[in-house]
Design a binder for this molecule. Structure first.
Ligand code: NDP
Length: 347
């Protein structure tokens, strides 16, 4: 695996991006958390309870990927399951209860060679931070069909682990030919009576062992050289319109679920050139910690995890990031003006 090394001072954002943008002194925080999914909000909870007064920039879609999920049934402690949006609201309420400030907004540029760290929010405001926790997540790639987007959460999913159990005794399809598609297909055989793997070529990209397992599975049928042209159904998925890429032959496949497994895109574009990332753009963290290649910058959740990608693992790494940030600040941070005043008063 290769690593994209950061080139401090040569990132796509530079100091000039911040020129002319107002940066009020009081928007200097000990900890700024980027992302309002399970990782970011758990980091916020822990940082708030450590009296760090964290600011959470939740982006444009607070709640992360779970906002598009219906029932979450694989998070311990919720025996009956819980609706994704309601659950994320509970995460947010809990963090806010201990003093975290939750704000809408996305970071559009960073400058991490200066102290405090500079964050440009929605291109029009600067927030300064002693420590930053990046929990901006990853976005599942979709095919881009209008009918597909309309039925996300109603039969179209990008996460078999999350939604597979809803398809007990039904037929479903998986699109993709990589490891994720094989893994999703194999997982889905626990519930579905048949799993069709629809792949645009006649050779798989997946590792040999995953290919062998999927190809040998009696409940999995491969549909080669084929693309999905339309997802059928008004309120729920009822089938797929398919096209053979060589013969142009059209067909209909009557399935109740479509799992899109054509890769994920970590939401790290704004940090390109500043932080070490792997070749897919996931932020690299030091083994056993959430430290990135820049001191005072930590990463948690899917933005640094291309393997597990679960809410429970994201939340766990969010807690780690807050603890790492708290310890780092205890050793490195310059106290904010208000804290200095309090120290002077206490003498
Ligand atoms: P990959 O990039 O490996 O595979 C994506 C697949 O989707 C490819 O087969 C590709 O086709 C297909 N695809 C891409 N775009 C489209 C499209 N628009 N329409 C139709 N098909 C499309 O992504 P994965 O998520 O599978 O894996 C990402 C990384 O994570 C890999 O390194 C993988 O090894 C790893 N991983 C490992 C796992 C494990 O070891 N258990 C489990 C899951 C992931 P084509 O082949 O034609 O390009």
């Amino acid at each position: 695996m290769t690593t994209q090394q950061p080139q401090p001072g040569h990132g796509p954002a530079n100091r000039a991006v911040f020129d002319g943008v107002e940066s009020p002194q009081d928007d200097h925080r000990s900890v700024v958390i980027l992302g309002g999914g399970p990782a970011g909000l758990t980091a916020a909870l822990y940082a708030a309870r450590a009296n760090l007064d964290p600011l959470v920039l939740q982006g444009v879609a607070p709640g992360g990927q779970l906002i598009t999920t219906t029932h979450v049934e694989n998070y311990p402690g919720f025996a009956e399951g819980i609706l994704g949006p309601e659950w994320m609201q509970r995460f947010a309420d809990q963090a806010a209860r201990f003093g975290a400030e939750l704000r809408y907004g996305s970071v559009t540029a960073v400058e991490v060679t200066q102290r405090p760290l500079h964050l440009l929010v929605d291109d029009d405001a600067v927030v300064l931070a002693d420590a930053v926790i990046i929990a901006t997540g990853a976005s599942a790639k979709y095919l881009g069909l209008v009918s597909e987007q309309r039925l996300v959460g109603r039969g179209v999913s990008a996460c078999a682990t999350c939604d597979g159990a809803f398809f007990r005794d039904q037929e479903v399809a998986v699109v993709g030919g990589g490891d994720a598609a094989m893994e999703e297909a194999l997982f889905l055989t626990r519930f579905a009576t048949r799993v069709y793997v629809i792949h645009r070529r006649n050779a798989l990209r997946a590792s040999q062992i995953m290919q062998e397992r999927a190809l040998a599975h009696p409940q999995i049928t491969f549909v080669w050289n084929t693309v999905v042209e339309e997802v059928l159904g008004d309120e729920a998925v009822e089938g797929l319109h398919l096209r053979h890429v060589q013969t142009d032959e059209r067909s209909t496949l009557p399935v109740r679920g479509l799992f899109v497994a054509i890769g994920h895109q970590p939401n790290t574009a704004v940090f390109q050139g500043w932080l070490a990332m792997d070749e897919l753009g996931y932020i690299r963290t030091a083994p056993g910690s959430t430290r990135t290649s820049v001191a005072g910058v930590f990463a948690a959740g899917d933005v640094q995890d291309r393997v597990y990608r679960q809410a429970v693992t994201a939340a766990g790494s969010g807690a780690m990031a807050a603890i790492d940030a708290e310890r780092w600040l205890a050793h490195h941070a310059v106290p904010a003006a208000s804290q200095l005043a309090a120290l002077v008063d206490a003498r």
